[in-house]
Structure formats: structure tokens, C-alpha cells
Design a protein around this ligand. Structure first.
Ligand SMILES: *Cc1c(COP(=O)(O)O)cnc(C)c1O
Length: 384
């Protein structure tokens, strides 16, 4: 017997009550019940995002919300500033390219946080920037970016700030309105504890002005159509409303725990996982770790695929490696959403055994002990 343990930074585990809710008979998407579900979901999402702006539900993976943000906000030939610091940030630039949006990329070394002062300089050099496109948690490098500070910079300009919060929201502290995020993009399968299939997008009045200023080359992801239907607690096309029913159960869980407590739990899991990995003599990839995952360098002489395959074969633990230019260099362990401190401890215990089997000199319990000490308040997180 082996339990499947999904320790990836999306998809992430889904609670049993959410799964059970989605096993109910399918209702009609234009029924009063379906509309009530949308009202409830939007209300809960606003609390989780920290916004009083419009929130719309799209039936897509998270990238659908990013595409909607770009194509509806920046006209063809218009300028976007992409805060490029990883594989997912690069996606913003690719979306821009697909729609003829002029993307200026502000490149930051992978694993490092974006420097808000450089964003200010780039905006001063490009005063015609329509939209700044950034990331809350860069999942490819396990880095959390200083979105609050960047938001302050962008708020002083005419540009709007679009943030990919797909793996960050529900794992890392974020206050959309207070932090000056004009467009927040979120996906269902990360810390919001759902299967893939829904995307959420929240739009500020400043962003609506840009959106209303031109006719976007968008049909399915047209935000004006979405806004019109959202005003009637509806969606333009058939939504994945079975997932919306599940979403309401997941949001009930988040709001019952309290969003601050949810963030604090993710911080504890992140601190514990970092401490465990470092106690094994491994180095973290990021200098400003995100809180929903831990990315560490593969030790010399061992292949990332060997670690990941053994974790899966022996313990049913699914993890991911590096993408693009850091393929083979790192392993990423997810600890987001329906995950607790003991999941992290057992993941570290498995990692110890797997690394020992692969020939590393490992003192059994060393990572577990370091993580326990952090969780017991006996030691400070190691820092990076
Ligand atoms: C997962 C993820 C995405 C992509 O989301 P899809 O749901 O696969 O479209 C984009 N950005 C970040 C930061 C992510 O973690």
C-alpha cells in the first residue's frame, strides 16, 4: 500500500469535502442555485484577495486570466513592462508577443527578487507603459517578489499593475487593494485547494479605464463581456460550475481558518522545509523564498530525476524539477493549500532516506529535527 502524496506547486492536494461536493449531480448553469454559487464565490474570493474591486470567474487554467489581463488592457502596439525573473514571468512576454503588444522586459536573475527601484527607473524611461506585469510567487524559481513595494512604485504612474498571483494567493500574504495591484490573476489548482479548471481575475477602476478605452481583440476572454454578465451573477459562457461549487467549500475552509492564519501556516511550512533542506547541506535556489514551495539545488553527483523518481517509487511523493534553463539543476517541493506541517516533516523524512540511498552521507533525522525545531520555536529559520 502506498498513499499518493502530491507535493507539487500546483496542482496541489484537494480536501475530501471539496471533492465530495463536486461529486453531486450537475445542476443547470443558468439556475438560481448556480447564480447563488457565483455570488458566494465572488464574495469569498474578494476576502481572500483583499479587494473590493470586481472579481470575475473564468473557465480556464491560470494562464487564461493572464491572457485576459494582457489582451484587454494593452492595445496592439501598446507598451507593457514585464518583470522577467522566471519561467512564468516570461509567459507574460509570450502572451504580449502573441497579441502584438510591445513587451519591454526588465530582466532579473532567476532566484532573485525584482528590485522595485529598477521598476521605477524603467517606468521613468518608458512613461508610455500601459501595464506592468509581475508575479507574486514565481513558481519556477520558488521566489516571492516584493509586490507591495512594486505596487507603490506603479501606483505613482499612469500604468496599471497586473500580478500573476496564481501560486501565491492563498499561500503568501497579499492585499490586492492596499498593495496597489490593479489586476490580480489567480488559478484554482494551487493554494486555493481545487483541481485545475478555474481562473479568477480581479480588476480595479484604474484598470477598467484602460480596458474601456479600446476594443480588445478578445472573444472568450473579453473582460467587458465578463463584467456585464458578472453584474447579473452570471458568466458569458457555460462555466465549470461544478468547480465553483467545490470552490465555495474550499473558500469556507480558508475563511474559517482565517486568511492570516492560512498565510502563517504556509510561512511555518516554508520555514520548516527550508531549515530541513539546509540541514541536509543543500542550498536553496532562491534568495527570497516564496511560501508555497521550496526549491533547492540538486547535490553534486546526483541527478534531479533520480531524487524525484525515488521519492515517487518508494513513498508516492510527486515533486517537480527545474524548467527551461534550470532544468536538472533544482528540485521543487510544494507545500501549499491542503497541506500541513506534518506533510512537510514526512516529505523531509523521505528526502533523507532517498538521498542516503543515492549515496549521500545523511544522518537520519537531521532534516526532520531541523524542521521540528523551527516548528517548536526552538530555532529561528536558517535564513538564506
Ligand atoms: C501554475 C502557474 C501558472 C500557470 O498556470 P496554468 O494554470 O498552468 O495555466 C502561471 N504562473 C504561475 C506563477 C504559476 O504558478
Amino acid at each position: 500500500m502506498q498513499k499518493p502524496r502530491l507535493m507539487t506547486p500546483g496542482p496541489a492536494p484537494v480536501p475530501e469535502d471539496v471533492l465530495l461536493k463536486m461529486a453531486q449531480p450537475v445542476i443547470h448553469h443558468r439556475s438560481a442555485e448556480a447564480k447563488e454559487n457565483i455570488v458566494k464565490a465572488v464574495d469569498g474570493l474578494k476576502k481572500v484577495f483583499g479587494t473590493s474591486n470586481d472579481v470575475m470567474i473564468l473557465t480556464a487554467s491560470g494562464t487564461g486570466a493572464m491572457e485576459a489581463a494582457a489582451v484587454n488592457t494593452v492595445p496592439k502596439g501598446g507598451k507593457a513592462l514585464v518583470l522577467n525573473a522566471g519561467w512564468f514571468a516570461l509567459r507574460w512576454a509570450k502572451i504580449c508577443q502573441a497579441y502584438g503588444i510591445q513587451a519591454i522586459t526588465l530582466d532579473t536573475e532567476w532566484g532573485q527578487p525584482v528590485d522595485p527601484a529598477r521598476v521605477a527607473n524603467a517606468l521613468a524611461e518608458n512613461p508610455d507603459t500601459v501595464c506592468v506585469m509581475g508575479t507574486l510567487s514565481e513558481t519556477s524559481t520558488g521566489t516571492g517578489h516584493p509586490v507591495e513595494a512594486i505596487g507603490k512604485v506603479v501606483a505613482k504612474t499612469d500604468a496599471v499593475f497586473a500580478v500573476d498571483g496564481i501560486s501565491g494567493i492563498g499561500a503568501m500574504e497579499c492585499h490586492q487593494d492596499a498593495w496597489g495591484i490593479d489586476i490580480l490573476c489567480v488559478g484554482s489548482q494551487k493554494a486555493l485547494m481545487l483541481p485545475p479548471g478555474l481562473a479568477f481575475i480581479s480588476v480595479s477602476p484604474k484598470a477598467w479605464k484602460k480596458i474601456d478605452a479600446f476594443d480588445a481583440p478578445a472573444f472568450y476572454f473579453n473582460l467587458k463581456s465578463a463584467r456585464k454578465k458578472a453584474a447579473e451573477s452570471d458568466t458569458p459562457y457555460t462555466p465549470a460550475h461544478t468547480l465553483i461549487q467545490g470552490l465555495n467549500v474550499a473558500l469556507d475552509r480558508i475563511l474559517a481558518e482565517g486568511i492570516e492564519n492560512v498565510w502563517a501556516r504556509h510561512k511555518r511550512m516554508s520555514d520548516a522545509c527550508q531549515a530541513g533542506v539546509q540541514a541536509l547541506g543543500l542550498s536553496l535556489f532562491s534568495s527570497r523564498p516564496a511560501e508555497g514551495l521550496t526549491a533547492f539545488y540538486v547535490p553534486d553527483g546526483i541527478k534531479d530525476s533520480a531524487i524525484r523518481n525515488k521519492l515517487q517509487e518508494k513513498f508516492g511523493i510527486y515533486t517537480v524539477g527545474g524548467q527551461d534553463k534550470i532544468k536538472g539543476k533544482i528540485v521543487r517541493i510544494g507545500h501549499m493549500g491542503y497541506t500541513d506541517e506534518l506533510d512537510v516533516i514526512s516529505g523531509l523524512a523521505a528526502l533523507e532516506m532517498v538521498l542516503a540511498e543515492l549515496g549521500m552521507d545523511v544522518e537520519p533525522g537531521v532534516a526532520v529535527t531541523a524542521a521540528q525545531r523551527v516548528l517548536m520555536g526552538q530555532s529561528q529559520p536558517a535564513g538564506v
